[in-house]
Design a protein around this ligand. Structure first.
Ligand SMILES: [Zn+2]
Ligand SMILES: [Zn+2]
Ligand SMILES: [Zn+2]
Length: 233
């Protein structure tokens, strides 16, 4: 009696094992039809996330797709990937797409983020906090040395119109600012800044960088982030 139960159990186990093996083989060796070339191919010929087109067709498609691109600004065709350009054919196009022209003054108002001192900020190459007006000057007029100061003739710090920018000395710039009452000892933080600080922090910007950006101590920045200060926002 006991013997017969044991035997059936053994058979039972073997049958199950056999079944599992069959299933496993079936899974590994399953064939999928590629929707482009219509061939029935082993699953190995497909990317894990791309189970409808085979690797071959998928890669061909991708190459085709990235051969040409249309510039978002000038709408001209260009070959993407050169110098890391994918959306715009050239620097000028990228910069011109980020401004709003003021018809009255002719100012090119920067549409990206603004620093505490009121200047536009742009990610330019490896510099994530480049001053926009300096970049515009460099790209459209060229030859801007690091020690040179850019002066806005229109006194609109947000403006990046190269025609409103000229090179001056640091002394000239301070005098110019004082004359026009632009220079304040230390600008106040606004709601916008606080929201931005929290956003940047949660996106992974270090307190050190934030402190530099906003000219505050790291303690002040962390107080803002953890709502020790500015609790109402
Ligand atoms: Zn295919
Ligand atoms: Zn373009
Ligand atoms: Zn201007």
């Amino acid at each position: 009696m006991i013997f017969s139960i044991l035997q059936t159990n053994i058979i039972h186990d073997n049958v199950i094992r056999e079944l599992i093996n069959m299933l496993r083989k079936d899974l590994v060796m399953s064939y999928i039809q590629c929707k482009i070339c219509k061939r029935e191919l082993d699953v190995k010929n497909f990317y894990k996330k791309q189970r409808s087109t085979c690797k071959n067709c998928y890669n061909k498609n991708r190459q085709e797709k990235y051969k040409k691109s249309i510039c978002r600004y000038c709408k001209e065709e260009f070959r993407p990937g050169i110098k890391g350009r994918y959306r715009y054919c050239k620097d000028e196009c990228r910069l011109k797409d980020k401004i709003a022209v003021d018809d009255k003054t002719g100012c090119w108002n920067w549409q990206g983020s603004i620093s505490l001192r009121g200047y536009g900020k742009i990610v330019w190459g490896s510099n994530t906090g480049a001053l926009a007006h300096r970049v515009y000057y460099q790209v459209f007029k060229g030859n801007l040395k690091d020690n040179k100061v850019i002066i806005h003739s229109c006194d609109n710090t947000r403006c990046v119109n190269p025609e409103h920018l000229r090179i001056g000395t640091r002394k000239e710039n301070t005098e110019d600012a004082q004359l026009k009452g632009r220079l304040k000892l230390r600008s106040r933080l606004t709601r916008e800044h606080v929201i931005n600080i929290r956003k940047l922090y949660h996106e992974g910007t270090s307190p050190e960088i934030l402190a530099k950006m906003y000219k505050r101590s790291q303690g002040t920045i962390m107080d803002i982030v953890y709502r020790v200060s500015w609790k109402e926002i």
